[in-house]
Design a protein around this ligand. Structure first.
Ligand code: PSV
Ligand code: MN
Ligand code: MN
Length: 388
């Protein structure tokens, strides 16, 4: 049996990062739906993130996306965040919303465009220095729509060159998180399509470079927990972008589509000692709440990650190992499923109550009046960046 006190203290210590863009209006390529009360400024996004932390107690940092969160004084923005009780998390770069990047950013055949894209990465490193953020998060939309459009191998060389320049500029204690994605917006070939490609570049770069797993960026049926286990074993798992998907990169609430997959991922995290602060792994949400209210949806996502984590912590690992050693297939599977099938909501309610929080953070948020307040105060909320 897992020790309840240890489980509770691991849950209390868990940290989940929320994305600034998750609080802004978002949509699909067909329509961006506006919602009343959405943030108009980076400060208002941070205030919403701080609200999620206030009700959950486990979301003390907010990721920024540049230039969506561009401000004149990033030091002041970080102080503003700290005053509200949150830190600035990963700095996400954006080399995918500029005409110049139609044929790629850091892999573009035109060296002037590559220079511009690499300069943006360096600018983001400057923002890390100003905000005190530890992590630079890179995702590239670079890829090809047609065979023959560009040289697959040359593009890897160009990518490696840009990554090297950014990597060499990282200060002490700073890290690079390299995110992969199977397809979209490119439909024939993506320059970092999978974890293997990201891993190979990270190994070449050095110890500060690690892989970010966005759970929505794989082919259907991919065994993501295997990737987690492999990267953790290799010391190359840096971060998650949690979200859930039914079809492609749907960016729905984490744990909404496949809570069992989230449990399997969190089990590998627990198994590989990846949960605590010392592992350095950043557990972030990367979601778009297109039709649901954003703050309670973010709170719900945080709770879903907590539930998956609680179940993973409850796995009787001694019994599991014993069954595995004996080759007792049915028993090993049953041990895992017993944990998954446990209702952990009362346990999490206890953890929250002991931390002085409401046992039901979504209900507490609805009662708080925050939603009504932002709807009254914020007129003309902005969208996250798509089609802006
Ligand atoms: C790309 O689909 C991605 O997952 C990257 O993390 C981007 O930075 C993010 O979405 C924007 O939401
Ligand atoms: Mn992502
Ligand atoms: Mn994505």
């Amino acid at each position: 049996m897992a020790d309840k006190t240890a489980v509770k203290s691991a849950l209390r210590a868990q940290r989940i990062e929320t994305p600034s863009w998750g609080y802004a209006n978002s949509g699909t390529r067909f329509k961006v739906f506006g919602q009343p009360g959405v943030p108009r400024t980076p400060e208002e996004k941070i205030a919403d993130a701080a609200t999620v932390h206030r009700f959950t107690g486990v979301a003390p940092s907010v990721a920024l996306h540049i230039p969506w969160d561009q401000v004149a004084d990033f030091g002041a923005l970080a102080r503003y965040a700290r005053d509200l009780g949150v830190e600035i998390g990963a700095i996400n770069t954006n080399v995918f919303q500029d005409e110049d990047y139609k044929l790629g950013s850091v892999t573009n055949p035109d060296p002037a465009i590559r220079r511009k894209a690499t300069d943006h990465l360096l600018e983001a490193i400057g923002i890390m220095d100003a905000t005190g953020s530890r992590d630079l998060k890179l995702w590239f939309s670079d890829g090809l729509n047609y065979p023959g459009q560009d040289d697959l191998r040359d593009r890897q060389d160009r990518l490696a060159e840009a990554l090297r320049e950014a990597y060499d500029r990282l200060g002490d204690g700073r890290r690079m998180l390299l995110e992969y994605k199977l397809f979209e917006p490119a439909f024939y070939a993506t320059d970092i399509p999978d974890w293997g490609t990201a891993y190979a570049h990270c190994v070449e770069l050095g110890p500060k470079a690690t892989v970010c797993i966005d759970t929505g960026h794989h082919a259907p049926g991919t065994n993501i927990e295997f990737i987690v286990a492999f990267l953790l074993r290799a010391g190359k798992l840096g971060a998650f972008d949690f979200n859930s998907r039914f079809y492609a990169d749907d960016d729905l609430m984490a744990g909404a589509a496949d809570p069992f997959q989230l449990f399997r991922i969190m089990y590998e995290i627990v198994r590989g000692d990846g949960l605590g602060e010392s592992s350095g792994i950043r557990f972030m949400l990367d979601q778009c709440h297109n039709i649901e209210r954003k703050i309670p949806a973010t709170i719900r996502s945080v709770m879903n990650v907590q539930e998956a984590t609680a179940k993973a912590l409850l796995v009787d690992r001694d019994a599991l190992r014993a069954a595995q050693r004996e080759g007792n297939v049915l028993e090993a599977n049953a041990v895992l499923m017993d944990a998954y099938n446990t209702d952990v909501r009362p346990l999490l309610a206890e953890v929250r109550a002991e931390a002085g929080l409401d046992e039901n953070p979504v209900a507490a948020y609805h009662r708080s009046g925050y939603q009504q307040k932002i709807e009254a105060e914020r007129v003309g909320g902005r969208q996250a960046g798509w089609g802006a």
